[in-house]
Ligand binder design. Structure first.
Ligand SMILES: Nc1ncnc2c1ncn2[C@@H]1O[C@H](COP(=O)(O)OP(=O)(O)O)[C@@H](O)[C@H]1O
Ligand SMILES: [Mg+2]
Length: 206
């Protein structure tokens, strides 16, 4: 049985889709089979996937979409066939999100270095707790060494477990996303931190 990771955050633009594709790329690079599932009607993940197929030909991961109510069924099917299922969700924290949280072995909540993002995580964390699930905050778009970043990191730690690996604010994330690629297809600081985060997430899943 594969493991299921749900990426959720009420605030848009915090990096849900970026986190989903980055981890997918890192898991595939480790030799794991990965299925991506998108329940966000905005369809960013699907656009990314189509760009990836156009650029590479044969896909190196699976992609499908599901409506909020179809998520459970789709996840149960996919986890029988893949090592890892990663679910990307819309920027909401309402009842629609519950099936996605219930099926998850781990819920990743991206938070950028701003208090606004942090305020927006309460809703998701409450829902995760109600489904007796586990949440891991991933600090994203961090510009190292600023006081604000450290403040946000500390405040995040009071709310939930926080991944040790942080993702920096790096052009590579935005650039690769538009090309149907991931930072695993490049070489740089982003590649290194993405690998480290994938290792940490795998450890948290076991
Ligand atoms: N660590 C990062 N460094 C630079 N740009 C980032 C980073 N994470 C996300 N972005 C950019 O921020 C925007 C929003 O990210 P996205 O993953 O689409 O957020 P969400 O899915 O939560 O709405 C995108 O343009 C993306 O490329
Ligand atoms: Mg998104």
């Amino acid at each position: 049985m594969g493991k299921v990771i749900t990426v959720a955050q009420q605030k848009g633009g915090a990096g849900k889709t970026t986190l989903a594709v980055t981890l997918a790329g890192a898991f595939v690079a480790r030799g794991l089979s990965v299925a991506l599932l998108d329940s966000d009607p905005q369809g960013t993940l699907g656009r990314w996937f189509m760009a990836r197929v156009a650029a590479r030909g044969a896909p190196d991961m699976e992609f499908s979409t599901a409506s909020a109510w179809g998520v459970s069924y789709e996840i149960r099917k996919l986890r029988e066939r893949f090592d890892i299922v990663i679910l990307d969700t819309p920027p909401k924290a309402d009842a629609d999100l519950r099936p996605a949280l219930r099926e998850a072995d781990l819920v990743l909540v991206p938070v950028t270095g701003s208090h606004v993002d942090l305020w927006a995580t309460d809703g998701v964390l409450d829902l995760v707790a109600r489904e007796s699930g586990r949440a891991l905050i991933v600090l994203n778009r961090m510009s190292g060494g600023t006081r604000l970043a450290e403040e946000v990191a500390e405040a995040a730690g009071a709310l939930a477990r926080v991944a040790e690996t942080r993702l920096g604010a790096r052009v590579a994330y935005a650039q690769t996303l538009g090309q149907g690629a991931t930072v695993l297809d490049t070489r740089g600081a982003a590649t290194t931190e993405a690998r480290a985060l994938a290792g940490e997430v795998l450890a948290a899943l076991h």
